[in-house]
Design a protein around this ligand. Structure first.
Ligand SMILES: [Cu+2]
Length: 213
């Protein structure tokens, strides 16, 4: 007897919970998959889901930042655990967040709070080749591409979004990557990005694994 009611409730629930997955693929102009690209979807309406910043981390492993590109929601605290036996001195001069964590081993007691949207370039005072990026996102909907150039933004409420891509080697303004899309069900979006050549500082033997720091 109560079956119609139950069915009605089920329909209501599924309509209210309508969510879409956005499958993004990012390639270079030559068609090579691009890793470490941040894909951000900004809803036209205010974010339906209230996202809370949570503790994130960027490790130092074998004298590199892991991950090299980390996207976080604005307001997120980020800790910088040092997994190496050598000391690191992590810092940034970026306008979105200036900070300095003088020489340390283990995990500095206080995480750094990233409270301004933008890109924060991080380095190490001791190991010049160590470069990483923290992308501070205003929207809670983002993902970073893997080695296959793919990223999935899951569970986006249906609606209109502008979607854009950032990468450390992006040759254009981030705004130029913008796509406007109406998401009702899952969708695919693809980008071919013009990238600048990668500039990497060579690791010097003096700063090898068994170095003085
Ligand atoms: Cu270092």
């Amino acid at each position: 007897m109560n079956r119609p009611f139950a069915l009605g409730l089920l329909c209501t629930l599924s309509a209210a919970g309508a969510a879409a997955d956005l499958h993004a693929v990012v390639r270079s102009e030559q068609g090579v998959p691009v890793a470490d690209a941040v894909v951000v979807a900004t809803p036209e309406a205010a974010a339906a889901r209230v996202a809370r910043p949570r503790l994130e981390q960027v490790e130092q492993i074998d004298q590199e930042f892991v991950p090299r590109v980390k996207a976080v929601l604005v307001g997120s605290p980020v800790s910088f655990p040092n997994r190496d036996s050598v000391r690191h001195h992590v810092y940034s001069f970026s306008s979105a967040k200036r900070f300095d964590l003088p020489l340390y081993v283990g995990t500095p007691a206080k995480p750094v709070v990233f409270d301004t949207p933008g890109v924060v370039t991080i380095g190490c005072n001791i190991h010049d080749w160590m470069v990483g990026y923290i992308y501070v996102s205003e929207s809670p909907y983002f993902a970073t591409t893997g080695a296959d150039g793919r990223a999935t933004l899951g569970g986006l409420p249906a609606g209109r979004y502008s979607v854009r891509v950032w990468h450390p080697q992006l040759a254009t303004a981030e705004a130029a990557t913008r796509r406007d899309t109406e998401l009702q069900a899952s969708a695919d979006l693809a980008w071919q990005l013009a990238l600048k050549p990668e500039v990497r500082i060579r690791r010097t033997p003096a700063h090898g694994r068994r170095g003085p720091y």
